[in-house]
Design a protein around this ligand. Structure first.
Ligand code: FMN
Length: 171
């Protein structure tokens, strides 16, 4: 793994999360990996920012509240089974690290670990969060994602460090 500057990272932003997914790790004490495919990369307040969307029903939501940091980790394509597990079971009930055969790896800038063997990892410090307000939805199709009215909380994380593997070709 080597560190790259965010502005030098080569990425297909509309492909990587949608097609490859990522593991969002939250919590310094008992960190928990959760699969995500909604999010984005960009600039906010003149800083590099990763945005993730987490429903209040997730265990990850409480971990993010306890420690305002996260890592976002893209695994190699052959780890799909581990990603499926982390996207279907809750850290409330099981230890997803051992079940999925994953290992936490200490981060350099934050207390939340990244994932060993990832192709790409972001270490992020949460700058702000906000709750999606259905009163502001302008497309009637959006409400269909919220039968349980569990509107996402948006977490805006400043990118402190980006790690890429030698195998990573730009996602
Ligand atoms: C491909 C995929 C993408 C997902 N993306 C998200 C997401 O962006 N936000 C979210 O809140 N849940 C998402 N989920 C659902 C959570 O990963 C899932 O509910 C998980 O079991 C929650 O784990 P936790 O309770 O340990 O936090 C996704 C699941 C899958 C399979």
């Amino acid at each position: 793994m080597r560190v790259v500057k965010p502005e030098e990272l080569t990425l297909r932003p509309f492909h990587i999360l949608d097609k490859r997914w990522a593991l969002l790790v939250a919590g310094a004490q008992s960190p928990n990996p959760m699969t995500v495919s909604w999010g984005g990369f960009g600039t906010l307040w003149n800083r590099p920012v990763v945005t993730v969307y987490v429903r209040p029903t997730r265990h990850t939501y409480t971990r993010l509240a306890s420690q305002p940091e996260f890592t976002l980790n893209v695994l190699p394509p052959d780890r799909r089974e581990a990603m499926n597990l982390c996207g279907s079971l809750s850290g409330r009930d099981v230890d997803k690290w051992s079940m999925a055969g994953l290992k936490p790896l200490p981060s350099e800038r934050i207390a939340v670990p990244r994932v060993e063997g990832a192709d790409l990892s972001f270490e992020c410090r949460i700058l702000a969060n906000m709750d999606l307000d259905p009163g502001h939805f302008l497309d009637s199709g959006l409400e269909g994602h919220y039968q349980d009215r569990d509107y996402h909380r948006v977490f805006l994380g400043e990118v402190l460090l980006v790690w890429v593997s030698d195998a990573f070709q730009g996602g």
